[in-house]
Design a protein around this ligand. Sequence first.
Ligand SMILES: Nc1ncnc2c1ncn2[C@@H]1O[C@H](COP(=O)(O)OP(=O)(O)OP(=O)(O)O)[C@@H](O)[C@H]1O
Ligand SMILES: [Mg+2]
Length: 382
Amino acid sequence: MAVPLKKSDNITLSIRNLSKIFKGRDEKVVALDEVSLDVREGELFTLLGPSGCGKTTTLRCIAGFEKPTSGKIHFLGRDYTAIPPFRRNIGMVFQSYALFPHLSIYENVAYGLKTRKLPHREIEEKVDSILRMVGLEATRHRKSSELSGGQQQRIALARALVYNPQLLLLDEPLSNLDAKLRVYMREEIRRIQKQARVTTIYVTHDQEEALSISDRIAVMHAGRASQVGTPDEIYEDPNSIRVAAFIGQANFLECRVIKQARESLVLTFPSAEKITLKGISNRLWDFPHPEGVLFVRPNHMEIFPRPGKANTLRGKVKFILYLGSVVRHFIEVFQGRAPQEVLVDTDRRIKGVYEGEEVALGFHADDIRLFPPDQKDQLQKE
Ligand SMILES: Nc1ncnc2c1ncn2[C@@H]1O[C@H](COP(=O)(O)OP(=O)(O)OP(=O)(O)O)[C@@H](O)[C@H]1O
Ligand SMILES: [Mg+2]
């Protein structure tokens, strides 16, 4: 679990043991199961996880559209659990932008301010400044139905920001856009969010989007927060096989731990190969199991032409994908009854490594993690 944040960390939103159970006619759905999260002021905090894991339900509880079954939500030191949605100063962008197609861009953004009966001058100033921020001041008189998906996305964002919300909730805001626009818009959202300095909770099931945009990420699974951390913590140091497998590519190899000492770790594999790793970090010295699952990212593996090098595993190159910035090798290893595929990514072609050839695979102590054997079942499920 995540280390609790310190008071000095400027926590604005604190969620404690949040549970939500939907009761149907003859079944109960546990959408949220004791979720606890702390969000810092001004950060872009992402909820990441597969479909149905409880991301939208979390947002709806924060916004006040859903009443939690149990648990507490504190925002800016106040208990928010019983405050109605319209009293919470929260901006929300839904998956479908829900713009008014017959109104102009300006009218779309100004709409909420008008219903709040703000003075005309003030509305105009606010809308203009927000439209400038999202780069759409030139289109202010056009109808929203005449805009591209990315432009509509920005209007939806402008509409949520124009109230000066203390908290911005974005639920899969890029899901309607094509791949290229998604990449562009996620950078835009990050820029606008930092400029407006608004604490933001961002929901996505796209792990690359989450890694690229977030200050911190909560990886969710079945109504729980499996891990909370910065993008590099989550990617480099996942706390479970489930998180490791959900974020990016990962290799998992079953092994036995033969010796753990201060200076080295000795592992054996089902193929009877033995590897001694030097320079072991603290966390591996006290791995309390005689066997485990070794985790290593494809870009943290080394590949050498010809097998037989000391402290490497033997493999056979099935095929090589040249992707420009990455060369991905699909290697067959024999760690059990059936052959197993291992991925190795390098930034360029390795001389002497060809399809059909035997190779040696290596890794460094700092780049591996060992997971307990009872997590093996997480390998099959996801
Ligand atoms: N109003 C509801 N009534 C009953 N069950 C619900 C309701 N809303 C959500 N659920 C269930 O709660 C669980 C979590 O749903 P939620 O919408 O939070 O998932 P999500 O992580 O946002 O998924 P997605 O990525 O598909 O949007 C799911 O099993 C869903 O079917
Ligand atoms: Mg959802």
